[in-house]
Design a protein around this ligand. Sequence first.
Ligand code: MN
Length: 729
Amino acid sequence: MPELETQTMTAAPEALIAKVKAYNPDVKAGEITAAYEYAKKMHEGQVRASGEPYYTHPLEVAQILAGMKMDTGTLITAILHDTLEDTAASYDDLKNKFGKDVADLVNGVSKLTRIESQTVEGKQAENFRKLLLAMSEDIRVLLVKLADRLHNMRTLDAIKKPEKRQRIALETLEIYVPLAERVGVHTIKTELEDLAFGVLNPEARESISNRLSFLRKEGSGVVETIINELAALLETSGIKAEITGREKTGYSIWKKMQRKNVAFEQLSDIMAFRIVVDSIEDCYTVLGLIHGRYHSIPGRFKDYISTPKPNGYRSIHTTVMGPARHRIEVQIRTHEQHSQAELGVAAHWAYKEGKVPSLKDVKKYRWLRELLEILEQEQRPEDFWENTKLELFQDHVFAFSPKGDLIELPSGATPVDFAYAIHSDIGDKCVGAKINGSIAPLNTKLSNGDQVEIITSKTQNPSPTWERFVVTGKARSHIRKFIRAQQRDEYATLGRAMLQKIFRQEHYDFTEKAVTGVLKQFQLEENDDLYARIGSGLTPARDVFKAIFPAHKTEMVKRPSRDMDQAVMVKPLDGRDAPVPIKGLIPGMAVHFARCCHPLPGDRIVGIVITGKGVSIHTIDCDTLETFADTPERWLDVSWGEGPDSPEAHVGRIHVIIQNEPGALGTLSTVIGANGGNITNLKLTNRSVDFWEILMDIYVNDTRHLNHIIAALRATPSVTSVDRARGGS
Ligand code: MN
């Protein structure tokens, strides 16, 4: 039976060991075989959806990781990755047989697998990715999980129900592809993307690949010709280089077609060329040669060698009018940079393993920490859909509600914070909590992935002691609000006495009726409300006295309210009367939007108190904020309010490069107008024979609207590049 034979072939560890030996001659084959025997025994009798014995899956996962030249510990983890979750194996068993390092790694993968079974909807995907990262204490855990997902995607056909296949493919695209991209594992990212694309949109994938093979025949030899011409060019300077040409992947072409809303025919740079050389110096020499020979397209040159991408990616990118007027993208990098680009953090082990076989000296958490730092600073201007930044999520904890909603909280958050995050009524009425099914004290600090159920009682009220352990502003403000209401009676008594005292000092008789007469001025309903304000210090007793006896009239000074939940209306930058609601401000303070960063709804914002000038609102990533890093007391936690927000209240600024040709400017403003934007200011910053650089201010509703306009402009032929601009005045 030939079929069975093939099965035994792939399911034996020899192929894996041979593959590892190729990059690590010192591999301890016995350890790998032992892990294999153990997994085979533990998974005995289990089968995959395809009917294959289950243990073939973990072995394939290990194969994928061996392809990334991972260390032996990771490979053994891959072989054992489902034993804790799906078999009778225990952590202690693994620890005794394979050591603590492996047992911890397998345990980490199992934690992710447990979380994986929670389905999350589209907009929660970002939170979910952050949760997976936050839980991958060792980055190798995440790499095993990605390889696991890749093998499951490769074998997705075995799953009968189309809905289930689609759900898994969508989840792959929304969660695992971005994760693979962020840790820089390009090979896994590309394959996952392509597999998911094939499940979600088989027709599109089919027609693109048909079209590609047609073009390949049509322009047969174009890639070849260009490679030869580039090789001849480099030969003149004696540089040793590997030149490869490729078409972009079907999915990346599809994305570009959607993003730019253009037909396949109009996509000019489907071809990309890669030149891999020995040294960084050679990279720049090659760049010089290419720019010397061909016209470069402005706005498409990126030097990621001098300024690496946040995920560590280094390479030079440029687009030129290449041979035969083909627009081609060229990437120039060294061999080391190339392997880093293809394997991302995994490349670290590939290099490590070659020199120092032991992993003992690798600080266990260094990679994760570096990764978190990278993600924290990540900016992806090329990200079209939204310019969401990853929040400082290592300061955050993610917990599930019983319904499966994923709630993001600051680290140190307790069930009370969780309750208020769901709904203020649930917070106010909470009496207890179950964490992962067991009753826990309300001040328990939540951990990533906890499932939290809040127990409420109609008779419960917020307790002042909660204030000592809650960490969220929402919980704190609600607790205080309640305490204030409770204290109101005390304050009312005090306030009444204070007012009576002034009456006495000024020799007037105190009457309730006199106070009632001025309630309207203070926009209050009852005398007690006014007394409470006086007693709590919100309204000076003397102001009330002056209101009652205008003969003593001096100007009413309105004291600031402490109610931070109330949105304050702030005038837009250009002084028009179209105020915007902002929460978290003290009413009465002067507020303005910073000119350095042009905040738009959708941006995360912060308020900075400037002595004598009030508060200025900046985007959280504005460079100006560095100036105030040492004065945290000036920072106000503010956010966009809801409510009356006039259209065109905001000004977004973009930086555009257009070709200098008749009608180009006209087209520009037509496209902006057609997409609901209204140009308020335009400045030519640079002007050459071929190109104009322009700064434009446009009235928009929010970041989404601005991104929409940017996308439309990018699809316009005479526009070379468009970006959101920061800085300047
Ligand atoms: Mn698995």
